[in-house]
Design a protein around this ligand. Structure first.
Ligand code: NAG
Length: 228
């Protein structure tokens, strides 16, 4: 019963955030893997598998448990998705640069989402926080683009058939939010997923994602026993 509940919650989290790659994958090539077997084992326990495009643990709780990992922007996802992408010979795009992995914190954040906190944050951000949030989206996109190998970047720039993929990897922010050139403060992109913002907040503390900051505050208030 407990296990079922856990999987159900995990399923909710992953679908809510648009992660479509619950399938474990085998025999895939790793790019820029780090030799950290212990971390990989911790993440395997959290997700049930180690993502093929693993790079490193990017955020941890005070107890040292992973909160999020950094992934490579290509060659992630299930074998099915990867096989489909073979045609383009560059692999499947994986826009989630900081991938939330922690089931306990994840459940708590899902609870906040259920209670309507996305809407609440959306409506209460002031002007300077909106500016901060836009900067966070832009930073997310540029970090993702810069994390590609120069070979992959060049291919994406030069091959016209990869234009859409390039746009996705170069111009989408946190939680796949598309960034338009003329960002308007009155219509900031909707906050799609608190997990994704919290993953960035914890992975890049110096950026101070204002959505992640509020999530952190509410987690402390509403879940005092949770180790963050
Ligand atoms: C906006 O909100 C933040 C956090 O609540 C606060 O620290 C900041 O002073 C506010 N800025 C303005 C201009 O009201």
């Amino acid at each position: 019963m407990k296990l079922l509940q856990y999987y159900f919650i995990l399923f909710q989290i992953t679908t809510a955030c648009g992660f479509l790659c619950l399938q474990a994958t085998r025999n895939a090539e790793y790019i820029v893997p780090r030799n950290d077997d212990h971390d990989r084992e911790l993440v395997r326990q959290q997700l049930g598998y180690v993502p093929t495009n693993w790079v490193c643990v990017s955020a941890r709780t005070q107890a040292g448990d992973p909160i999020a990992i950094q992934t490579y922007p290509l060659q992630g996802g299930s074998m099915r998705r990867q096989a489909k992408a073979k045609m383009s010979d560059i692999g499947t795009p994986f826009p989630t640069l900081f991938w939330f992995t922690n089931p306990l914190i994840g459940t708590a954040i899902a609870e906040l989402e259920r209670q309507g906190y996305i809407q609440r944050i959306q409506e209460s951000l002031n002007k300077s926080e909106k500016e901060e949030l836009l900067a966070c989206h832009e930073k997310y996109a540029s970090m993702r683009w810069e994390s590609l190998s120069s070979d992959h970047r060049q291919k994406l720039i030069e091959d016209p058939s990869l234009q859409r993929l390039r746009t996705m990897l170069q111009c989408s922010g946190v939680a796949g939010t598309m960034l338009s050139g003329s960002a308007n403060m009155d219509s900031i992109p909707s906050i799609k997923c608190l997990h994704a913002h919290y993953a960035q907040f914890r992975s890049c503390r110096e950026l101070g994602n204002p959505v992640g900051r509020r999530v952190h505050h509410w987690l402390q208030e509403d879940f005092p026993d949770l180790v963050l």
